[in-house]
Design a protein around this ligand. Structure first.
Ligand SMILES: *Cc1c(COP(=O)(O)O)cnc(C)c1O
Length: 373
């Protein structure tokens, strides 16, 4: 048997020489952080890749979480924020850490994104914003969320951490809502080692965000906000520049993995594969599969264990739901989000990354197929 462990993801890296060449000028300038040359170059390249109207609609930060937390802070919100519990800890934590109250909306059973038919029922006179997640790169119902937000005058911030480079009907996802955040963590489709970005419509909000990522320092003689430190450094920006050169090839390779999984697993009773949204240009970041034990013949736990015996480590994303975190001491209940709970109990993300070879994908599929009734 293969000695090597297969994890759910593996970080894409440029050739070492390419990165060395990119960072070499830093040994001349001695300018390692604080919005240096690489930061500026990367920001322009990224704005173009994400199809934003201008680099002015974008800022770079130390990671995805701080991008989200400080974007919410820059909006100066108060009260309740409607979100979904089927997400990474960061989404809910960003709300709570801003002194805001999360209100959990259930998810759609096919896309796993916010179920907009339940959204209006959760709006109160304390609601200030909606924070939906393009989970696994499945794009939320943008038009319906926009319609409801306009009707009730709410801000919309998308957690687009999973949706890097995606487009819906030709529009880059970073253009939706009042703001969208991306994560460039090493485990994501596109990485800057650690890093993140916020895309926004309102330049004044962007200026506040810029201040918040740099201690609130607004000029040589003015500190206008109690800011944090969440700047992206030059080494991370240089990694971003290198990785962005290769991102389209990397996504193509992921696509081949996605297609192989579909070829082998489509049509098996009791399996629900990641949905395909016809209008979306995908990034193939994840390959989630929902296992219905009754129909399929084996539980998620059995599939997980069978893969583990072959040194393949699938992940239970997202389990537990954020509204079940012990951090909240039972304040929120997952029985208010039954679809999210159902999905969270049955889902497994199978390994997918650019250099996952198709033989390994076949081996993983063999394990799954052999468990089916
Ligand atoms: C990864 C992730 C984040 C946080 O990004 P970091 O760069 O790790 O801070 C936020 N939301 C979601 C949905 C994520 O998957």
């Amino acid at each position: 048997m293969r000695e090597q462990q297969i994890l759910v993801t593996r970080t894409s890296m440029p050739a070492m020489e390419e990165y060395m060449k990119e960072i070499a000028p830093l040994w001349d300038s001695h300018w390692l952080t604080n919005m240096g040359v690489k930061h500026g170059e990367f920001k322009s390249m990224l704005a173009e890749y994400l199809k934003l109207s201008s680099p002015e609609n974008l800022d770079l930060l130390v990671n995805g979480h701080m991008s989200l937390e400080l974007t919410l802070q820059a909006m100066d919100l108060q009260g309740e924020v409607i979100t979904t519990p089927f997400t990474f800890a960061s989404t809910t934590h960003a709300i709570v850490r801003n002194g805001l109250e999360p209100v959990f909306c259930d998810i759609d059973p096919v896309t796993f994104t916010m179920d907009c038919s339940r959204l209006e029922g959760l709006i109160t006179d304390r609601t200030c914003a909606i924070l939906p997640v393009h989970v696994f790169g499945n794009i939320c119902n943008i038009s319906e969320i926009g319609r409801i937000a306009r009707k009730y005058e709410l801000k919309v911030v998308y957690d687009a951490a999973h949706a890097f480079g995606e487009e819906a009907n030709g529009t880059g996802v970073g253009n939706f809502g009042d703001a969208s955040i991306f994560s460039f963590h090493a485990t994501k489709v596109f990485n800057t080692i650690e890093g993140g970005a916020s895309c926004f419509q309102d330049p004044e909000m962007g200026a506040r965000l810029y201040d918040l990522k740099n201690f609130g320092i607004h000029g040589p003689d003015e500190v206008s906000a109690v800011g944090a430190n969440a700047k992206m450094n030059e080494f991370c920006a240089a990694m971003g520049i290198c990785n962005l050169r290769h991102i389209d090839e990397e996504i193509e390779k992921r696509k081949a993995v996605d297609e192989r999984y579909r070829l082998r697993l489509e049509g098996i009773n009791g399996l629900q594969l990641k949905c395909i949204q016809a209008e979306v240009k995908q990034n193939y970041a994840y390959f989630p599969v929902l296992f219905d034990e009754g129909e399929f013949g084996a539980s998620r736990a059995e599939v997980f264990a069978a893969l583990e015996r072959r040194h393949v480590f699938a992940r239970k994303y997202f389990h537990p739901l954020t509204n079940r975190f012990s951090a909240f001491h039972g304040k929120y209940k997952d029985d208010e989000t039954p679809v999210a709970r159902h999905v969270s109990q049955r889902i497994l993300c199978l390994p997918i990354y650019a250099d996952l070879d198709l033989e390994t994908v076949d081996e993983i599929c063999d394990v799954v197929v052999n468990l089916s009734a």
